[in-house]
Design a protein around this ligand. Structure first.
Ligand code: SF4
Length: 69
């Protein structure tokens, strides 16, 4: 699974990296940075929680991302 971040939408609420710090981090403005290019299966549920917790819909979880390249 991969995570797509729309930086235009991100306003820095910090929900994502609070919910799933293994997958998301913050930059110097408190905006989201996705730290894992590929989310391993062990972190999938947590990553989804972070994606779904974003109030700005700035995050999208993409399954089978390897077929997109
Ligand atoms: S929860 Fe959404 S708006 Fe907040 S920092 Fe994360 S991506 Fe940005």
């Amino acid at each position: 699974m991969k995570i797509r971040l729309d930086q235009e939408r991100c306003t820095g609420h910090g929900r994502c990296y609070t919910l799933a710090p293994e997958v998301f981090d913050e930059d110097e403005r408190g905006h989201c940075v996705v730290t894992l290019a590929d989310v391993p299966d062990t972190l999938r549920e947590k990553a989804r929680r972070g994606v779904e917790g974003c109030p700005e819909y700035a995050l999208e979880a993409i399954e089978n991302a390897e077929s997109e390249a």
